[in-house]
Ligand binder design. Structure first.
Ligand SMILES: [Zn+2]
Length: 163
């Protein structure tokens, strides 16, 4: 995203090379609009040899199956963010067992996104599709489709190698 006007002093902003990259800057007050990847969490929850997947209700990847995921909110730990997203999208309560991996990939809607992927254990609840999910199901590990987000394919591969 490029700002036309400075959000601080309302002067017109421009694009100039700063620290070796083209950046959106305000020459009047010196504000530099740094752009960074957005942090998100992904949840790989395995139960009885099956992995919890949701059919995505929103772009990117609308209609594709993928593990629950979402952006980290201010003030929550990464594990809390993952537990919240799991509950919002699937109605299930769970907790993080281990970190499977962290990946930074381009995303059609949000630009570059960092996805920190946890292996989760489910403690309670009935799987029901909630926020941003059209359907929820447990898929046998050997039937997991190629997923829309490459990070989940990588994390799944890592899980299979380790467990
Ligand atoms: Zn300014």
């Amino acid at each position: 995203m490029v700002f036309k006007y400075c959000p601080f002093c309302k002067s017109e902003m421009t694009v100039k090379k700063v620290e070796d990259r083209d950046r959106n800057i305000c020459e009047a007050c010196g504000y530099i609009h740094y752009e960074n990847p957005l942090p998100s969490v992904g949840i790989i929850a395995i139960k009885d040899g099956k992995c919890l997947l949701i059919k995505r209700g929103k772009e990117p990847g609308k209609g594709h199956w993928a593990p629950p995921s979402g952006f980290v909110e201010l003030g929550e730990t990464l594990e809390e963010a993952a537990a919240r997203e799991l509950k919002e999208e699937t109605g299930l309560i769970g907790h993080a067992l281990e970190l499977l991996g962290a990946y930074c990939e381009p995303n059609d809607v949000y630009g570059y996104v960092i996805t920190i992927i946890y292996l989760f254990e489910i403690d309670s609840g009935e799987a029901t599709a909630g926020d941003d999910a059209e359907e929820v199901k447990f898929v046998p590990l050997e039937e997991i489709p190629d997923m829309f987000f490459e990070c989940f394919n990588k994390a799944m591969k890592k899980y299979k190698e380790k467990h």
